[in-house]
Design a protein around this ligand. Structure first.
Ligand code: ZN
Ligand code: ZN
Length: 477
C-alpha cells in the first residue's frame, strides 16, 4: 500500500538531499455536498478539482474543466469538509520507532494538521520531513521546549530562550509551569517583538489575571481555570469557580485569548480512575503500539497510581463544571479550538479529535461551532487561513469525505469515506489497510523494522514531564 510503503522506506536519508513527493494525478470529487466552513452552509452538487495538492476549481459541473488524466471519485450522497486539526498533541515523549503508528492514526481519522506542544530538534526534523514529502503524515506545527522554571528563571534567561526558539524555527513558545511576574511579562513582550506566540498553561503561580494582562495567545486546557490561585482544586471551592465563569468569559473574549477546552483528556482521566479496564478495551486501543498500551496499563498508569476510585465523583463534578464553562465561553464569543492531548495517557491520536467534537456538542456547542473549532478557527489560530481550514479554491487539499452530514450529527465525522492529504487520495480501503497493519504490528513488541529515526536515541522525558508519556503535564486533583 502506497502510504505505508512510503512510511516504511523513510528512515531519514544520510544527506540533506530532499526528494519531493511523486507527482500526483489530478483528483476530481464529483457531485459532492461541500461544507466550506467559512459560515454555516452546505453547497450541494459541487465538483471539486485538486491539482498539485491544491484545490484548483470548485463549483457546479458546468463551471469546471476536468483536467486530463484525473482520477474521479463519486461524491454522490457524500459530504466534504476541511481536514481536521488537533492543536494539542504530544509527539516528543514517544519512542521514535512508534511515531509512524501515531502519524497514521491521525491521518486515518482525517486529522491532517497537528500542533505538538513540547518541541525537540527531532520534531523540527519530522516537520520538515513531512513538509517535503519524505514522511507521510499530517502537517506538523510545533512549540519549542518549555520556557518556565526550572529550565529558565530570570527575565534575561527567558528572553534568550524565546530568541533561540524563534531562530530554531519553532512555531510557538510553550509555557508549562511557573515564572516570576517579571519573567512572565518579559516572555510575552519578547515573543511579541520576535513574532512568535506564547501558548500553554496559565502561569499557575501568578493566576489567570496575569495571563490576561500580558495577553498570552492561547490556553491549552479549560482545567487551567480550576487551578487559578484565587481558588483551589478542593471540592468545596467549585461553586466559587462556577460563580466566576461570566467574568472569565468576558476576560477571554476581551483579550481574544484562544482556548482548547481539551474536555476529552480530562474525561478520560476520570474514566481511567473509575474503570481502567473499560478504557483499555476501547476498540481504537487495538491500533496503539503495544508498548504504549502496556504503559497505560494497571502496573504503570499514572492516574490510577495517584487517584483512587473514590476520587471519581470529584473528577466528574469538575468535568461538569468545565462543560458549563465551555458553553458560557462559546456564548460570550471566546474563540475555541480542538486540542486533545493525544498521546497523554489514555488519549488515542486521531480518534480523540472525534471524541472532542462530541464532547463540545454535549457541552452545548452547535455542530457547526464544534466543527469550526476543528477547522476554520484552527487555521485562523495558526495564521494559515489562506492555506487551510476552509474548502475553497487555492486551499491546500487537506479534505475529508464523509458518508453523512456532520451538521446533522457530529458523530458523522467518524464515517470517513476517504481522506485527501495534501492532494493524495486515501480511500476507505486504503485507510482500512493502514489500520489493519497497525493492528497486526501492535501485537509485536515494537515497530523496530519501521523506525522513523533509525539509530537515533529515544527522547528522554524531562523532569517537568515526570513520566514517559508526559503524565506530569496535567496537575489536576
Ligand atoms: Zn499536554
Ligand atoms: Zn498541559
Amino acid at each position: 500500500m502506497r502510504w505505508i510503503a512510503l512510511a516504511l522506506t523513510m528512515a531519514f536519508p544520510p544527506t540533506s538531499a530532499v526528494s519531493q513527493s511523486p507527482p500526483q494525478a489530478p483528483i476530481v470529487i464529483a457531485n459532492v455536498s461541500v461544507l466550506p466552513m467559512d459560515r454555516e452552509r452546505v453547497l450541494a452538487g459541487q465538483t471539486v478539482v485538486v491539482e498539485r495538492g491544491v484545490i484548483s476549481q470548485m463549483g457546479p459541473p458546468r463551471s469546471v474543466t476536468i483536467p486530463a488524466g484525473a482520477q474521479t471519485i463519486d461524491g454522490t450522497g457524500k459530504y466534504l469538509i476541511p481536514g481536521l486539526v488537533d492543536l494539542h498533541v504530544h509527539l516528543a515523549s514517544n519512542p521514535e520507532d512508534e511515531q509512524r503508528a501515531i502519524l497514521t492514526l491521525f491521518v486515518a481519522n482525517g486529522v491532517t494538521t497537528i500542533l505538538n506542544l513540547r518541541g525537540t530538534p527531532q520534531i523540527l526534523e519530522l516537520r520538515t520531513a513531512i513538509a517535503t514529502g519524505r514522511v507521510s503524515g499530517p502537517t506538523v506545527y510545533t512549540a519549542g521546549p518549555y520556557v518556565n522554571e526550572p529550565f529558565v528563571t530570570t527575565p534575561d534567561e527567558v528572553e534568550r530562550a524565546v530568541i533561540d526558539q524563534k531562530r530554531a524555527r519553532y512555531d510557538f513558545v510553550k509555557l508549562h509551569g511557573n515564572l516570576s511576574r517579571g519573567a512572565y511579562a518579559r516572555l510575552n513582550a519578547v515573543a511579541r517583538r520576535e513574532g512568535i506566540r506564547v501558548i500553554g498553561h496559565a502561569p499557575r503561580n501568578l493566576g489567570v489575571a496575569a495571563m490576561f494582562e500580558e495577553r498570552q495567545y492561547a490556553v491549552v486546557h479549560a482545567e487551567e481555570f480550576l487551578y487559578d490561585k484565587t481558588n483551589s482544586s478542593r471540592d468545596r471551592d467549585l461553586p466559587q469557580v462556577e460563580a466566576r465563569i461570566p467574568e472569565l468569559a468576558r476576560s477571554m473574549a476581551r483579550t481574544k485569548t484562544w482556548l482548547m477546552p481539551n474536555l476529552t483528556a480530562f474525561k478520560i482521566i476520570g474514566w481511567q480512575v473509575q474503570d481502567l479496564d473499560a478504557v483499555l478495551a476501547r476498540p481504537e486501543m487495538r491500533f496503539m503500539p503495544r508498548a504504549v498500551r502496556e504503559g497505560w496499563g494497571p502496573a504503570t498508569n499514572p492516574y490510577t497510581a495517584r487517584l483512587g476510585k473514590e476520587k471519581y465523583s470529584g473528577i466528574l463534578a469538575r468535568y461538569q463544571l468545565l462543560e458549563k464553562l465551555v458553553r458560557r465561553f462559546q456564548g460570550a464569543g471566546v474563540r475555541l479550538l480542538i486540542g486533545t492531548d493525544a498521546m497523554n495517557t489514555g488519549v488515542v491520536p486521531g480518534f480523540s479529535a472525534h471524541d472532542e467534537l462530541e464532547e463540545l456538542v454535549a457541552a452545548g456547542l452547535t455542530t457547526f461551532e464544534a466543527l469550526r473549532a476543528a477547522t476554520a478557527n484552527a487555521a485562523e489560530f495558526l495564521a494559515a487561513i489562506d492555506q487551510r481550514g476552509v474548502v475553497a479554491v487555492g486551499q491546500t487539499a487537506d479534505l475529508v469525505l464523509l458518508d453523512a452530514n456532520p451538521l446533522e450529527n457530529i458523530a458523522n465525522t467518524r464515517r470517513i469515506a476517504g481522506v485527501l492529504l495534501r492532494g493524495q487520495w486515501l480511500s476507505r480501503s486504503d485507510i482500512a489497510r493502514m489500520l489493519d497493519e497497525l493492528k497486526s504490528a501492535g501485537t509485536q513488541d515494537r515497530f523496530g523494522h519501521a523506525a522513523l529515526f533509525r539509530g537515533s536515541p529515544r527522547v528522554a522525558p524531562t523532569s517537568a514531564c515526570g513520566a514517559a508519556k508526559c503524565a506530569g503535564c496535567r496537575g489536576h486533583a
